[in-house]
Design a protein around this ligand. Sequence first.
Ligand SMILES: [Zn+2]
Ligand SMILES: [Zn+2]
Length: 136
Amino acid sequence: MGPHRRGHCPRGHGPLQAATLLGKTVAHCQSCKGLWLSQPVFREFLAMQARSVLEGGESTPSKAVSLPRTSMMSARALCPECGNVMTRRVYGSFSGILIDICERHGVWLDDNELRAIMRHIVIAGPDFARQLLEGR
Ligand SMILES: [Zn+2]
Ligand SMILES: [Zn+2]
């Protein structure tokens, strides 16, 4: 792993590009399709999906998506903002989705992980959706 470069892809692909997703500004990597979301934007995306589950708008989970083999990628992802090694964690309790988190700055999602998380919220159901909204 080379020295930390601010605003660069944690998977080592160079500068992240700004993009708009669901009305929010995010950063993404054109090489690996990874997404960098600030903590508030990540929480807002989760809340949007949780509200949608509670309103009954998302009763059918979207199609399963295939995830990249994160475990085979470089073990340590550095936060694009502070350069600290991010914490790798399974999202939720049983999703199997591994995400990299800097508690201070944001969340790194590899290709398809945001879609997988959105799907997981639907599958986990209303109780999980309520916890998400209350835990904000
Ligand atoms: Zn990348
Ligand atoms: Zn950070």
